[in-house]
Design a protein around this ligand. Structure first.
Ligand SMILES: Cc1ncc(COP(=O)(O)O)c(C=O)c1O
Length: 408
């Protein structure tokens, strides 16, 4: 368990002297002191009445950064994506999504459940893009033929998490947008980590978002806010999404408390993401020098490092558990790979500690570390929270399904 007061510098669970190195996700970041101060000082109102001035300020700020006319604060990225689909797809329509996308893999099938929307998953290529011929085929249904579910929306994700956290090339966004519009559908962008993509590409967030009709950004990942996402788009679509948010139970009252943190996230935290990317590159360089480690798909472009361990002493799961015993937390994410995510709670020294722990596990003369055997003592800092959440996770080539316990 992590408490804010336990941390001298409350930016992430687990870092610091004697603590563990938390690399499972940037969702473990904690709100910064300026966020907490802003939350305490924020002017508040009832946001369901549209009267919370801090929420209004955040929405205006986010819309401006994304180059859109309007924006709506959402409790989560999942709800931002879901409301975008509900607002733009009539019942019985189809939403074309990447097979590896968060919307398809990790969001509980919400659009089908709540909106009667059919997902049509298309394969993601290794760089996260979608083959335009596949897309054209999915979009080009005969709209006069009553047999077909009509495509209403295409969704892309950047950076594409399960494809190595790679930012989609702007040219791909432009091509998909053109094709999508030609077929009368809308383009939604899941930009949970859009500021990481912008940092990696050296462009403004608006240059990415301009290709999409709607875009969602998460405040609660690398930007360190505790809660919240924002959906942006044109006024009519955002008004429709706001209605869907209420329907889903996401209308919030004094949400300025959350929005105040979000304002700090957008004004103070985007500039430091480059540091996370440098630390991910540092981690990848360290890993690449270890025996049996394969970076997959290759060197990171954002804050995510994906790798495999080809050492017969370990399965993916037992390696993760052994690393945990040495105070380094990573998790499996997609196709038997291990994912390590850098963020504000993982300074360069912590990256080096993690590389040191991985090196220790992979030493040729290190003891056999089958799950439960020959494991080193658990550091006291991590005792008390040892619940393994994943199932067995030996790599299955070609297996596209997510594993129990995976968290994006
Ligand atoms: C790419 C992507 N989209 C959407 C989400 C959902 O965000 P939330 O956890 O806030 O619902 C995540 C969560 O990690 C994500 O990685």
């Amino acid at each position: 368990m992590t408490t804010l007061k336990d941390h001298r510098e409350p930016v992430a669970a687990g870092h610091g002297d004697g603590g563990y190195v938390e690399l499972r996700s940037d969702t473990f970041t904690l709100p910064t002191p300026p966020m907490l101060a802003a939350a305490v000082a924020a002017p508040l109102g009832d946001d369901v009445y549209g009267e919370d001035p801090t929420v209004a300020r955040l929405e205006e700020l986010a819309a401006g950064l994304l180059g859109k006319a309007a924006a709506c604060l959402m409790p989560s990225g999942t709800m931002a994506n879901l409301t975008a689909l509900l607002a733009q797809c009539p019942r019985g329509a189809k939403a074309i999504v990447g097979r590896e996308s968060d919307i398809y893999v990790y969001e509980a099938g919400g659009a089908s459940m709540c909106g009667g929307i059919v997902y049509e998953p298309l394969p993601n290529l290794p760089d996260g893009t979608i083959d335009l011929a596949d897309l054209e085929e999915a979009l080009a249904v005969d709209r006069t033929d009553p047999q077909f579910a009509l495509p209403a929306l295409v969704s892309l994700e950047t950076p594409q998490n399960r494809c190595g956290g790679l930012p989609l090339p702007l040219g791909h966004l432009a091509e998909v947008a053109e094709l999508t519009r030609r077929h009368g559908a809308a383009l939604h962008l899941d930009g949970a980590r859009l500021f990481n993509a912008a940092t990696a590409l050296g462009v403004t967030p608006a240059e990415i978002a301009r290709h999409a009709d709607t875009v969602q950004i998460c405040l609660s990942k690398g930007l360190c806010a505790p809660i919240g996402s924002v959906l942006a788009g044109d006024r009519a679509t955002i008004a429709a999404a706001r209605r869907m948010r209420k329907l889903l139970g996401g209308g919030m009252r004094q949400a300025g408390v959350i929005a105040a943190c979000g304002i700090v996230a957008l004004t103070e935290m985007t500039g430091r993401l480059a540091e996370d990317h440098e630390n991910a590159a540092r981690l990848a360089r360290g890993l690449a020098g270890l025996p049996g480690v394969l970076l997959d798909p290759g060197p990171p472009r954002t804050n995510m490092v994906f790798f495999r361990v080809g050492d017969e002493r370990y399965t993916t799961r037992s390696f993760i558990e052994a690393a945990r015993h040495l105070g380094v937390r990573v998790e499996e994410l997609g196709h038997g790979r291990i994912r390590a995510v850098t963020h504000a709670g993982v300074p360069a020294e912590a990256v080096d500690r993690a590389v040191g722990a991985f090196a220790e596990l992979l030493r040729p003369d290190a003891p056999l570390r089958e799950a439960g055997r020959a494991l080193p003592a658990v550091p006291t800092a991590v005792r008390g929270d040892m619940s393994a959440k994943s199932g067995d996770t030996t790599a299955v080539p070609g297996d596209t399904s997510a594993k129990p316990g995976e968290r994006p």
